[in-house]
Design a protein around this ligand. Structure first.
Ligand code: NAD
Length: 252
């Protein structure tokens, strides 16, 4: 049985990833900072209540995975926070740092722990959940956009370093994903721009060719494909699942 580790797997996109890999007969291990959300997850998924930026806890996690599973086929480095919504001159340095810490350092620690296991078995797939904010600029969201551009540089470097060991690395860049998180992001942006959430939502939709948001399941299907044999020659790529963002900053 193949084995997948998913960071931030207790809700949102991470939960959809866990459900999809589990349905495809993978052994699933999720980590999440929310004990409350973990409690709602199926008991036959391995679970660890860990903050992805906690270096010691992450090192202990990989020791545990190695002891219990003696291998790891897929890492979904999915954890990421939205960061603060403000013009650059109004951004708080500590909040900026926090966003980079979860989104970038958290992904780094996840990869750092997975690599020795994957290198030993001479195979593995690493899939980052990035964002179209890592392909375009994103007014009011500079910490988030910076972190996702950072993920792409990290992913491409990883693909080059680990490729000779049979390890592939790719990033999925979702557009707006239906759910509580994008609702909160839209509300904050509407408040900053002194308009309504409906106006912001429609503007985002109108900025895509398919005039749509996407679902967590769309992201999970792409991840399952990237982990599969059919994708065995795909590495170092950023693949958008976003209905095609043709205008990343539709004017309100
Ligand atoms: N929701 C969207 O519209 C959207 C769009 C593009 C990209 N993304 C990216 O997708 C990924 C998942 O997003 P989501 O919308 O499912 O997120 P979410 O905000 O719904 O959170 C999902 C889970 O992350 C956990 N989490 C948060 N910080 C953590 C940490 N430090 N350590 C461990 N777990 C932590 C939360 O407890 C929660 O259970 C993120 O990297 C995000 O940037 C989301």
């Amino acid at each position: 049985m193949q084995k997948v580790l998913i960071t931030a797997g207790a809700s949102g996109i991470g939960y959809a990833l866990a459900e999809t890999f589990y349905a495809a007969d993978y052994k699933v291990w999720i980590i999440d900072v929310s004990e409350k959300d973990l409690k709602k997850c199926p008991k036959d998924w391995e679970q660890s209540n860990i903050d992805v930026c906690d270096e010691n806890a992450m090192a202990a996690l990989f020791k545990k995975i190695n002891d219990k599973w003696a291998g790891l086929d897929v890492l979904c480095a999915n954890a990421g926070v939205a960061g603060s919504t403000a013009l650059i001159e109004d951004q708080d340095a500590e909040a900026f740092r926090k966003c980079l810490n979860v989104n970038l350092i958290g992904a780094f620690l996840s990869v750092k722990g997975s690599l020795p296991i994957m290198k030993k078995q001479k195979k593995g797939t690493i899939i980052f959940t990035s964002s179209t904010a890592g392909l375009n600029g994103f007014p009011y969201r500079s910490p988030y956009s910076s972190s996702k551009w950072g993920i792409h540089g990290f992913m491409k470097t990883l693909a080059m370093e680990a490729g000779p060991f049979g390890i592939r690395a790719n990033a999925i860049a979702p557009g707006c994903v239906e759910g509580a998180r994008i609702d909160a992001v839209i509300e904050k942006e509407a408040a900053k721009k002194k308009t309504t959430s409906d106006v912001i939502r429609e503007a985002y939709k109108s900025g895509t060719s398919l005039k749509t948001f996407v679902n967590a399941e769309d992201i999970a299907s792409m991840a399952l494909f990237l982990a599969s044999e059919q994708a065995s020659r795909i590495s170092g790529q950023v693949i958008a699942v976003d209905g095609h963002t043709e205008n990343p900053d539709p004017k309100i």
